[in-house]
Design a binder for this molecule. Structure first.
Ligand code: ADP
Ligand code: MG
Length: 728
């Protein structure tokens, strides 16, 4: 019996790890990036200034400047052996997209030249008709185009197909609707900048710009490529749809922070080096909780750049893994029964005066500024918890959220003991009318307790979906495959909205004659009172919390189709319109796209389950069944059937699970047919969720996994969990 499984297993034994030579990070860092320093070198003064003005203040770059910049970029790229360029963008499919063009062209008289002009830099028209658009392009305009985003620097990708100059762009329709993840993010960053600067100016007039910062933590699994190729489910869905738990899983907890296996280490070293060249400031790497699971994290950066770097990293990891005969699994739940993967989004706000607005200050005045941004974040999360939930909803993240090892679908905020007490103090001590107590509140010295506070917030509570960790909030419910842009767009928008309201409320009190600091304290107090039900310090994975959250009236939407409803409520439409992020049409289109993505994912998994069950699992079981039958017959012929009760009971079990698996296959196909007849996209998504996924996935899997335990290992064609997870 030859199968991909056994061939792959044989090949692994012959594979040796190749660790690349160590290079000092500083020697290669950002060498493939058109950094400001490179721009200085390759651009004339005027062009350089124009580019910097655009990076810093979003100023428009005119045609002749664009030509000059394009020339400079090309000169730099060619000096590094680049022949092609591409507009690099992040469509709603969830991966990155490129369309390569050559610098090479022919002049009208046939002379070959290399050229790259301002037009090619600024705008390109990919054949975009096959990117998801939720009906937008049909309604408005037939095609979309990519437009240069000067705030994210150009870079050179030199893996696999040679060297390509990548120009980060946003992707929009001709009538201006955004068709990607980046365009709305850029708008949200602008919205929060304006709102936060206004509030900062209560405390410090020198602040003219506020930039959100993002530090993501990427979790992933690594498996052998040969074994991967023998698992059609990993290839097509990124996760195993079948597979019995191995005798040993993660119960010994021996993988977490254990030593990194040699082959994986070689791969890590390699992708880290590629990342450094691309200016991705990776900092940490370690094993995660589950076997074959790992994590890496960079030093935080401006949100826009951090988002690009994360999508770039996912791409680099995938490409580099192939060089090592490995595959990276970015899926949130590649394996049942062991931990899934997330992508914690550490988020804060930084001013152009060098202050982290979510770091407790050193003086009473900066404390009040900290408290303002801290409490506004809590209120934003409280008021728009449903939108945050929607921003991380996907078919794949549904397998992880609330699965006893990941934050639940209930959005709550952890602030730690110390700050809980501070909030409580403000609530209890600030009176309805101004009094001396309020003045004394202003002298709170949070800063003295910073060591205590950091201890309090970093060590404890890994179970909260949104936790304050000393000088930043950590949004932990984000899935490992996600593009951070989506949750970051929502988080920054709701924060912008909340801060704008805050400013109105405080100004209102000031107009009534209240002192500024007191007006701020009173508003903070009011916000604490109105949003404190979102605060939770206990075990987020527990049953009691689900009950408690329900008592508090906090939403707990477990599945994507329903979670996505939050995107199109009147409240959401108004929020995104008021802050200039999405028009109604854009938001409705996005809602549609997310629903369609969900349907397709469940559909593909369901088809694949049916295919694998029918063509690999049941046939293997039937082969084994036949051999048991002939064995029993033979025993009977020899008069030995008295001693065969064990074989007989195995045969009975086997036969029952084959029966049940076959029934489940048929029933699931029927269920799918019914779903496919539903006209409304939302209804169809809900039906796929309940009638296909919830009704049949686990049932079919249960019987298939039982068969895996009964059937002769030599007959089994799919690599088993122990092989996928423990072979290095
Ligand atoms: P650890 O959790 O490993 O102790 P940190 O808490 O310092 O380390 O950082 C975890 C992640 O949070 C890192 O990716 C880091 O870059 C990021 N981070 C730290 N400070 C900020 C900040 N002010 N804004 C955004 N992200 C941050
Ligand atoms: Mg962390």
């Amino acid at each position: 019996m030859s199968s991909l499984r056994f061939e792959a297993l044989k090949k692994i034994n012959a594979q040796a790890a190749e660790v690349s030579a160590t290079t000092k990070v500083t020697a290669i860092f950002a060498e493939n990036v058109f950094t400001h320093a490179v721009a200085r070198q390759f651009l004339a003064d005027e062009a350089y200034k124009s580019l910097m003005a655009s990076v810093k203040n979003g100023q428009k770059i005119d045609r002749s400047m664009a030509n000059q910049i394009a020339n400079g970029v090309r000169a730099w790229a060619e000096s590094k052996g680049v022949t092609h360029f591409t507009h690099w963008f992040q469509p709603l499919t969830g991966t990155t997209a490129e369309k390569h063009d050559s610098f090479f062209t022919l002049k009208s008289d046939g002379t070959p030249i290399e050229t790259f002009d301002g037009d090619a830099l600024i705008q390109q028209e990919p054949d975009a008709s096959s990117f998801p658009n939720g009906g937008l392009r049909a309604t408005f305009e037939a095609r979309g185009y990519t437009a240069w985003d000067p705030s994210s620097p150009a870079f050179i990708m030199d893996i696999g197909t040679g060297k390509t100059l990548c120009i980060p762009t946003i992707f929009i329709s001709y009538t201006g609707e955004s068709l990607d993840y980046k365009a709305p993010l850029v708008k949200a960053l602008e919205a929060i900048n304006r709102a936060a600067v206004d509030v900062c100016n209560y405390f410090d007039k020198n602040v003219t710009r506020v930039t959100p910062t993002l530090g993501w933590e990427q979790e992933y699994f690594v498996v052998d490529e040969g074994l991967f190729n023998a698992r059609p489910d990993l290839m097509l869905c990124g996760r195993t749809v079948f597979g019995h738990s191995p005798a040993k899983g993660q119960q010994l907890e021996d993988h977490y922070f254990g030593s990194i296996p040699e082959r994986i280490y070689a791969f890590m070293r390699d992708y880290e080096q590629e990342s450094y060249r691309l200016g991705i400031p990776l900092r940490t790497r370690h094993n995660e909780v589950a076997p074959a699971q790992f994590e890496c994290a960079p030093i935080f950066e401006e949100c826009n750049i951090a988002v690009d770097h994360n999508t770039l990293l996912m791409d680099v990891m995938t490409r580099v893994a192939a060089r090592h005969g490995l595959r990276v699994l970015l899926h949130e739940k590649p394996f049942a029964g062991i931990n899934g993967s997330g992508k914690h989004n550490n988020w804060s706000l930084a001013t152009d005066t060098g202050v982290n607005l979510l770091a407790p200050g050193k003086t009473p005045k900066t404390n009040l500024m900290f408290l303002t941004f801290f409490v506004n974040t809590i209120k934003a999360v409280h008021d728009y918890a449903d939108l945050l939930r929607a921003s991380i909803a996907s078919a794949s993240n549904d397998f992880r959220l609330g699965a006893n090892e990941a934050p639940p679908a209930i959005i709550s905020v952890f602030v730690g003991q110390y700050l809980s007490k501070v909030l409580n103090d403000v609530k209890e001590r600030v009176g309805d009318k101004f009094d001396e107590q309020d003045e004394s509140m202003l002298k709170m010295d949070i800063h003295r307790s910073i060591p205590e506070l950091l201890q309090d917030n970093t060590d404890r509570n890994r179970t909260s979906p949104f936790a304050f960790t000393g000088n930043k909030f950590e949004f932990r419910a984000v899935g490992s495959t996600a593009n951070c842009a989506n949750p970051m767009t929502v988080l920054n928008t709701i924060m912008a909205e909340t801060l704008r309201q805050f400013k109105k409320d405080v100004d209102g009190l000031i107009e009534k004659g209240e002192k500024k600091e007191i007006a701020i304290l009173h508003t903070i107090r009011e916000y604490i009172v109105s949003s404190e039900r979102v605060l939770f310090e206990g075990d987020g994975y527990s049953e009691e919390w689900a009950k408690e959250a329900e008592r508090r009236g906090l939403p707990n939407v477990k599945t994507t189709p329903l979670a996505l409803d939050a995107m199109v409520t009147d409240k959401a439409l108004k929020l995104f319109e008021d802050n200039n992020i999405y028009t109604h049409a854009e938001l409705e289109a996005r809602h549609e796209i997310e629903l369609e993505k969900y349907i397709k994912k469940v559909q593909i998994e369901s088809r694949l389950m049916v295919e694998l069950a029918s063509t690999q699992i049941i046939p293997a079981a039937v082969r084994y069944q036949s051999s048991l039958i002939s064995n029993l017959r033979g025993l009977k012929e020899l008069g030995l059937d008295g001693s065969s009760s064990c074989t007989r009971s195995n045969l009975e079990k086997l036969t029952r699970h084959i029966e049940e698996a076959s029934k489940a296959v048929d029933a699931m196909v029927e269920a799918r047919k019914k779903c496919n007849n539903i006209a409304d996209t939302r209804e169809m998504a809900i039906a796929y969720c309940t009638e296909v996924k919830e009704a049949w996935f686990d049932k079919l899997r249960y019987h298939a996994d039982k068969l895996e335990q009964l059937v002769d290992d030599a007959e089994w064609t799919l690599p088993k969990y122990r092989e996928l997870l423990f072979i290095r």
